[in-house]
Design a binder for this molecule. Structure first.
Ligand code: GLC
Length: 750
């Protein structure tokens, strides 16, 4: 494909390798991040800009050797790349793809008789094949089915709306994030293939290699060196961006259903939460709030005087989020359609506006590839924000279509290029989220968007949920790993439909799901039309009490979550993480599917199997305390009690966890901060701002530094540019409660 390496040139620190057949470019971005690419046919949708490093050396004879302060890259004929750390450990190396054994002796016609497929049948334009190390594990890859470790599985990046119960052999779901973390020999690294066409990631189904490649576009991949996973996340999100701090109420409990179709239905839910004393911050309105499923409309019949109604809900502490799909009803006289037609905003096929069907029936699709369309869509969001709607839920943006998939050659035009669907399918949701972000940012509040489809870098604009799961135990088992791998793919604000979307949820499943949901960054209960109603009180009193217990715990932990979002914005670390992210030298964690961590301090080991009342818990080598009893628990395997209302939760020794008092809604200003302190020495930085606007980006925030040494805790205000500070601290330590009036520096004997 490339031939012999003949020479190289350097242009402003970008390196061009002249091969016999075609050139390859190499950009050294940092000591740990390098990009390898062919000249692109179109711009990247994930990466906006980066600076080049100048701090590396180059040697060339028959091979080109680049050395940074952390890695050595050897590139030879046929664009073969080997990357070493400076101790000489081989981290990632190219090798040849052997003929697939799986494809030999296959009678495809016979298989097809019963509807089986032998192969995805794709012709890949390029496949990059790497050596698989004996102990290698893979994490990330966006939103995929199955378990935490992706080794020996194959996935396809092609945003797919398939509501059938998604199981391990599904190769694609709604999102395509072509990024993974590899870990072998105690070294972590990352690879990001920045290619939006349908692509394959085969993580070692064939012996000693793994490979990735795409049906179109060009080779363009980044390598990120660790050696820790934390470093990989920082490097990857330096390139693709991070989730900006959310408004704090978005961390609260959210209730949804397809659909609360009128004001009375919504009132019933809000009352239900109030009567049952369960905290709630958000109600989601699914497609039925619209008039005939026309986006940027509402049904005056179902929601009379909607602006006033939303204001009444706001007084009760409830925010409204509305769904918006990309499919615009093709109907003359409907302003969104008419404007789009007049200005050529919709995708076309053979020069005509392309039609397919979604909820509104005959529908057309905005070409979000165009800046003009982006701005138009952003302006349309005003319809909702002027009604008082506080967030937008973007759905069906794979894009989903009811009359068969969009043909590959549907055209999405832009100012610089006409894109074909095959190139921009995987970024359609990403671009829709970007436009929505632009619209919501005009309110001067931090935008809250939830998307179903996305691509690498979508974290700059949006949160995500995992789409149409089912109320089945297999999907509860999948939930923590799905969310953890999304976190390791750069998306920190993610959640599943708590209780499951399709199928009827049982009481026991709901009890166990809320234990995962209450710790998921995005905490929303949602279910489909025709399934059992899933609000907590629809089961029985016991379940209502269990649900309340975990929602209350979530509300107490809100300041801890908010701090983790702040940490994400600074480092790219996920909020909810697999245990391996914090303990990557512990091999047990590589395949630990039914436990996860929130930040560095809290480990949750939920029950995900029907009937279990004991849980086999694994705690990595550290000091751990039960969150419930505060007792020390030995590291390693142990069996925890897990009655229907119990979820084993552990806190690391030396932790200082900031908590709020129980409350029914999340407030922006709080007078009292609780510090839940655990034996051992430790420190913690706590962040405070207005929790709503962008003024923190101008430095309007305060920082507290907590430090525990022996039996003494110091609380120090180390930055005070946000003025509404705490008035009181309450320290909880080993069954003692110590109250202290706030001041700039406090020392407390525990
Ligand atoms: C899709 C969404 C689901 C939503 C439904 C109706 O199936 O994934 O969450 O409720 O459409 O809008």
């Amino acid at each position: 494909m490339f031939g012999k390496l003949i020479s190289y040139e350097k242009h402003n620190y970008s390196i061009k390798l002249n091969y016999e057949k075609k050139p390859i470019f190499v950009d050294v971005i940092s000591d740990k991040a390098v990009r390898f690419y062919e000249e692109r046919e179109s711009k990247s949708f994930a990466v906006e800009a980066y600076e080049l490093s100048s701090d590396f050396s180059i040697k060339f004879d028959t091979k080109l050797v680049i050395e940074t302060k952390e890695i050595k890259i050897v590139i030879s004929d046929e664009f073969k790349v080997i990357i070493y750390d400076l101790m000489g450990n081989e981290i990632l190396s190219d090798c040849d793809l052997k003929a697939s054994k799986d494809d030999q002796n296959v009678d495809s016609d016979l298989l097809a008789l019963e509807g089986h497929k032998s192969h995805d049948g794709e012709e890949y334009k390029f496949l990059i094949t790497k050596k698989l190390h004996n102990d290698e594990c893979f994490f990330g890859l966006g939103d995929k089915t199955g378990f935490l470790n992706k080794r020996e599985y194959e996935y396809i990046m092609w945003n797919t709306d398939d509501p059938a119960p998604q199981v391990d052999c599904f190769k694609s779901l709604y999102k395509s994030i072509p990024f993974f973390i590899g870990h072998h020999d105690k070294i972590s690294y990352g690879v990001f293939l920045d290619n939006t066409y349908k692509s394959v990631f085969n993580m070692g189904t064939e012996d000693d290699v793994f490979y990735f490649g795409s049906v179109g576009g060009t080779i363009d991949y980044y390598f990120f060196y660790g050696p820790q996973m934390k470093d990989v996340m920082t490097e990857y999100t330096n390139i693709t961006g991070r989730y900006p701090l959310p408004q704090i109420w978005t961390l609260g409990n959210q209730q949804s259903r397809w659909s609360y179709a009128n004001k009375e239905a919504v009132d019933e839910i809000v009352d239900g939460y109030q009567k049952n004393n369960i905290p709630l911050d958000v109600i989601h309105l699914d497609i039925d709030y619209m008039e005939d499923y026309k986006v940027f409309t509402h049904s005056e019949e179902k929601f009379p005087d909607m602006k006033n109604y939303i204001a009444t809900l706001a007084e009760k502490g409830i925010k409204v989020v509305c769904i918006i799909d990309p499919g615009v009803k093709a109907l003359e006289g409907y302003n969104v359609y008419d404007e789009g037609i007049k200005n050529n905003y919709f995708a076309t096929l053979d020069g005509e506006v392309y039609h397919n069907a979604v909820w509104p029936g005959d529908s057309v699709f905005p070409a979000f590839t165009s800046n003009r369309v982006q701005s138009w869509w952003a302006n349309n969001t005003k319809y909702l924000t002027e009604l008082g709607v506080r967030g937008i839920w973007n759905d069906m943006n794979e894009p989903a279509s009811f009359k068969g998939p969009l043909p590959n050659d549907v055209v999405f035009s832009s100012e610089d290029k006409d894109y074909l669907h095959e190139e921009v399918h995987n970024v359609y949701g990403h671009l829709m989220a970007k436009a929505t972000y632009e619209g919501l940012a005009k309110t001067n509040k931090r935008p809250y968007i939830i998307t179903r489809a996305c691509y690498a870098g979508s974290q700059k604009y949006t949160t995500a949920w995992t789409g149409d799961n089912h109320s089945i135990w297999a999907h509860l088992q999948m939930a923590p790993v799905q969310l953890c791998n999304l976190g390791l793919s750069g998306m920190p604000f993610v959640g599943t439909d708590v209780g499951g979307f399709g199928s009827h949820c049982t009481k026991e499943l709901m009890a166990r799901w809320v234990m995962v949901g209450a710790f998921s960054p995005l905490f929303r209960n949602h279910s489909a039309m025709g399934t059992k109603y899933q609000e907590p009180w629809q089961f029985d009193q016991e379940l209502t009490d269990i649900y309340r217990k975990y929602v209350e715990l979530r509300y107490q932990l809100i300041p801890y979550y908010y701090d983790l979002f702040r940490l994400h914005e600074q480092t790219g670390y996920p909020v909810m993480r697999p245990v391996v992210f914090n303990y990557e030298n512990d091999e047990v964690t590589y395949n630990l599917n039914d436990e996860f961590m929130v930040g560095d301090n809290i480990l949750v080991s939920p029950v995900v199997v029907q009937g279990e009342r004991k849980k086999l818990v694994y705690l990595p080598n550290d000091k751990w305390y039960s969150h419930e009893t505060k007792e020390l628990v030995e590291a390693g395997y142990s069996i925890a009690s897990a009655k229907l209302d119990e979820c084993p939760i552990y806190v690391k020794g030396g932790s200082i966890i900031p908590k709020y008092e129980k409350s029914m809604h999340i407030a922006n200003n709080i007078d009292k901060l609780i510090l839940d302190v655990y034996p051992g020495d430790g420190e913690y930085t706590h962040y405070v701002d207005d929790k709503e606007t962008f003024s923190y980006q101008q430095g309007e925030y305060s920082l507290y530094f907590f430090k525990k040494v022996n039996e003494e805790l110091t609380i120090e205000l180390i930055k005070d540019d946000y003025k509404k500070l705490y008035k009181e601290f309450e320290i909880h330590y080993q069954n003692k409660i110590i109250k202290a009036k706030a001041s700039n520096k406090l020392t407390i004997k525990l």
